[in-house]
Design a protein around this ligand. Structure first.
Ligand SMILES: Cc1cc2nc3c(=O)[nH]c(=O)nc-3n(C[C@H](O)[C@H](O)[C@H](O)COP(=O)(O)OP(=O)(O)OC[C@H]3O[C@@H](n4cnc5c(N)ncnc54)[C@H](O)[C@@H]3O)c2cc1C
Length: 393
């Protein structure tokens, strides 16, 4: 028997998450999607049941669970047809805070986050001019007396309007003055409360799916000295190690999506009768679904292997990136097969397939695009010449 069986282990967590999700059916998500509105009730329900505090240590009021359990939570949310994108950042930024935050920062923020009175949902890395080349980012944090002054712009900062805190990556030493090219960036835990219109501007970006993503502008924002996480200039490394957990958690969401699409498609293929027989009797309908199922199972194995490695204290860059790519591919393949199985009805909003189809497409691009993962594997595993910047620690 394998050490970890993702379908049987954590059964109580899966059951509990499924119970929460049962109150948020497709009609709930369709309504929000049409209005591009934030799923506040859903997020509140997850907070109430403690799921968003999964990774916060018990001493701060959380459940002290590991990344594997957190991946199971996110996978199950997506398997049930819900969408964790509105609130998953709290889990994937937690690694940076837990691994590199000071005892004072943990004491100040973690109990509130665990209780749901403080939201840590914004992650400010990507910028309009630097894109995937994180080391080229231009937002600066300048030391000034007893604090820091932030200037610059982020883009695709999801959930900024629904967050109190932001994990921010900014340049603290100019690029031409650092000893090592990966030095000079620092991570800050920015308390955004009270700064909207006073140092912070947020502009929502309407996207093809309901994602609450934004542009964030920093204009001489003053933050206290102790907003710095870890050592000054070492932030890029912290963000990279945190990105492994982000990739694994989002890969788990993709696994959940793939399971949703395949269950939905198989149910439909059994019921839909054309030419006097269920369409699922035709191999032309079965095979794309069966192939997607096989790819899903393979991706699921690497996702939970990467999670187990992370939980054992390793820094599984290759496994986390591979898991993200294979899981995103598996969910996209399942989405395509599901839509095709539904024929014309796949395009009708009331079936939820077209909405999930739009949502699944994102993970070919974010949080890291497929090309960049392939570049990373080519260099790190196959020893081919490097064709990009730093992607993983
Ligand atoms: C809905 C949404 C939510 C997001 N949320 C957040 C968030 O909360 N916080 C945050 O910081 N970021 C967020 N992002 C940003 C996301 O991580 C980036 O969009 C992603 O990393 C790609 O960066 P980019 O869009 O600048 O593309 P670019 O870096 O401009 O790349 C464009 C295309 O070129 C390809 N490419 C670039 N360089 C190479 C190369 N060397 N070799 C081969 N191909 C290459 C890429 O694969 C990509 O397909 C979000 C994005 C979206 C769309």
């Amino acid at each position: 028997m394998p050490d970890f069986d993702p379908t049987a282990d954590y059964a109580a967590i899966r059951e509990g998450v499924a119970k929460v999700c049962a109150d948020f059916p497709g009609s709930y998500w369709r309504d929000l999607d049409s209005r591009r509105a934030y799923p506040s009730e859903f997020v509140q329900a997850l907070i109430r049941e403690g799921y968003l505090a999964a990774m916060i240590p018990e001493e701060y009021g959380g459940s002290g669970l590991n990344l594997t359990a957190s991946a199971v939570i996110l996978e199950e949310i997506h398997r049930q047809g819900c969408n964790a994108a509105a609130c998953h950042a709290q889990m994937y930024t937690m690694g940076t805070v837990l691994r590199h935050g000071s005892p004072g920062q943990k004491r100040r923020y973690l109990p509130g986050i665990a209780a749901g009175t403080l939201r840590l949902q914004a992650f400010g890395v990507t910028e309009p001019t630097s894109g995937t080349d994180t080391l080229a980012l231009k937002t600066t944090a300048r030391r000034d007396g007893d604090g820091w002054v932030i200037n610059g712009q982020k883009i695709w900062t999801s959930r900024a309007e629904y967050s109190d805190l932001m994990v921010l990556l900014a340049r603290t030493t100019p690029r031409d003055q650092v000893a090592s090219r990966t030095d000079g960036l620092s991570v800050f835990l920015v308390d955004m409360r009270g700064h909207l219109g006073r140092g912070i501007g947020i502009r929502p970006i309407r996207t093809m799916m309901n994602h609450a993503t934004t542009e964030v502008f920093f204009d001489n924002l003053r933050i206290p000295a102790d907003a710095l996480v870890g050592d000054e200039g070492k932030g890029f490394r912290y963000i990279l190690s945190g990105m492994n957990s982000e990739r694994i958690l989002i890969a788990a969401e993709c696994i959940g999506d793939a399971k949703w699409f395949l269950r939905k498609a198989a149910d439909y293929a059994r019921e839909r009768v054309v030419f006097g027989a269920p369409i699922g009797r035709n191999q032309g309908v079965q095979f794309p679904l069966a192939r997607a199922q096989a790819h899903l199972m393979a991706a699921e194995a690497i996702v939970y292997r990467a999670a187990a490695m992370y939980d054992s204290g390793l820094n599984p860059g290759v496994e986390a990136n591979t898991a993200k790519m294979l899981a995103a591919d598996a969910s996209w393949e399942a989405a395509e097969a599901c839509l095709q199985t539904h024929g014309g009805f796949g395009f009708a909003e009331e079936y939820d397939v077209e909405r999930k189809f739009r949502e699944a497409r994102l993970y070919q691009v974010a949080p890291i695009s497929t090309n960049l993962i392939l570049c990373y594997i080519a260099e790190r595993v196959l020893g081919l010449p490097k064709s990009y910047g730093e992607l993983s620690a």
